[in-house]
Design a protein around this ligand. Structure first.
Ligand SMILES: [Zn+2]
Length: 424
């Protein structure tokens, strides 16, 4: 086996690029040859402990940037604690921008102090391809902003704070002409009323609210105008949502919102083939019109805690459905509704059961009368069903067999061609 010392400098630098910068620098102790190798690594990846009482990061980052000999600094990932000084933070970003940084990640752990202001130099970094900001504050965006190469933008708990907050979001996104992926985790205390996402080039959008935040507000809105979207994931029960345009390229949508918004949102998902729904609300607002255009669906996942009453309608309007996943995992849904609507057998068998449904997976099956009726209906009517998997958390052996026998004994012989699996 060849020794690691026989590897070329180029390859060793690539290997050192894969580890944290502290570890890359530590390799300088290995031998004379390794002494300067880390200086060629085009990547600064530094993570501090948020609650550290002193500031060990400044010297390290300053020395790295001073001694680095890599022709460009491709990537800078900084995770800094609240002790980080604003001037230093701005200078590091300025250096990275001057050295043509392509991937920039600035993460602050600021609590309980206020977020770190976002260095304005990054808004004119023309070579930037990936930008991730977390717990920084944007209070001003220069009029010269132009992020002509930016393809991926993450705004995680970014605090927009000026009297023109809504405008700041719009100004930032309008300056990204080739943006493809946007991730937004709203900061609960920000002053943005309407988070306006108008990005013609956007292909993937992921919106979520801050974990643990359950403050219900009635004036937070998210408006999406992204006609090129292929994937949409919304997990935000605290905001209202409005989709302004059809999205003909949309393939995958995961929606976890208040049901009050569902009508508007679902109508724009007409081309989706893969849909996951968890829709919480105190009200029942589902109408046939909300789902009648979802005719391209091939994969459907439903949260049965809050959305089981959607099942019949969705089956009726999804003639190409191949995979149905029913999910009763309590930790996935914060629904206060918990209404179990009685299963009503459709007046005629949905087309997908006759022609396309092949797989059903039921997670957290509890064996209630309604669940049994649904399972038996599908098993009996789905002509092409190859596999139904039912998983249930039961430790009692007697109950386990009772569930199994109960379900199987009520099946007619015509359902026997499908493979039925139970997991406990
Ligand atoms: Zn749910």
């Amino acid at each position: 086996m060849s020794s690691i010392c026989e590897l070329s400098d180029d390859l060793l630098v690539k290997i050192l690029s894969l580890v944290k910068t502290k570890d890359a620098v530590a390799t300088s102790l290995l031998s004379k040859r390794w002494l300067s190798l880390w200086k060629l690594v085009p990547r600064l990846d530094y993570v501090t402990t948020p609650w550290h009482s002193s500031d060990p990061s400044s010297d390290f980052i300053n020395n790295f940037l001073l001694l680095s000999e890599a022709p460009v600094l491709e990537t800078m990932h900084l995770r800094l604690g609240y002790f980080c000084k604003r001037e230093e933070h701005e200078r590091w970003v300025e250096i990275a921008v001057a050295r043509h940084v392509r991937v920039l990640e600035l993460i602050h752990s600021t609590y309980p102090s206020t977020p770190m202001p976002c260095p304005s130099s990054l808004f004119t970094c023309r070579g930037l391809v990936v930008l991730s900001l977390q717990e920084v504050m944007i209070w001003e965006i220069p009029s010269t902003i132009f992020l002509q190469s930016l393809k991926t933008l993450s705004l995680l708990c970014v605090r927009f704070c000026s009297r023109r907050d809504d405008e700041l979001v719009h100004t930032l996104l309008s300056a990204c002409p080739v943006l493809e992926t946007l991730v937004v985790r709203r900061w609960l205390e920000d002053c943005v009323t309407t988070f306006n996402i108008a990005v013609p080039s956007l292909q993937s959008l992921y919106i979520m609210h801050r974990p643990g935040g359950h403050v219900q507000t009635d004036d937070r809105e998210c408006v999406i105008n992204a006609p090129s979207l292929k994937a949409l994931k919304v997990s935000d029960e605290l905001s209202w949502f409005r989709l302004l345009v059809e999205m003909p390229k949309l393939v995958k949508a995961e929606i976890k919102i208040r049901q009050d918004d569902s009508k508007k949102l679902l109508r724009c998902l007409a081309s989706a083939k893969h849909l996951s729904l968890c829709v919480t609300s105190a009200k029942q607002l589902l109408t046939e019109k909300s789902v009648e255009n979802l005719c391209q669906l091939e994969y459907l996942e439903l949260c049965t805690i809050c959305s089981s009453d959607w099942l019949c309608l969705l089956l009726k309007h999804s003639p190409k459905l191949r995979v149905l996943r029913l999910n009763n995992q309590r930790n996935c849904c914060g629904s206060s509704r918990k209404i179990r609507v009685k299963w009503e057998e459709p007046c005629c068998v949905p087309e997908c059961l006759v022609t396309s449904l092949e797989t059903v997976e039921w997670i957290g099956y509890e064996g209630t009368e309604t669940e049994k009726e649904v399972a038996i209906y599908i098993l009996e009517k789905a002509n092409h069903l190859k596999k139904m998997t039912i998983s249930r958390h039961i430790t009692n052996l007697r109950e386990k067999y009772r569930t199994l026998i109960d379900l199987v004994s009520r099946l007619s012989c015509c359902a026997s061609k499908c493979r039925l699996e139970f997991f406990y």
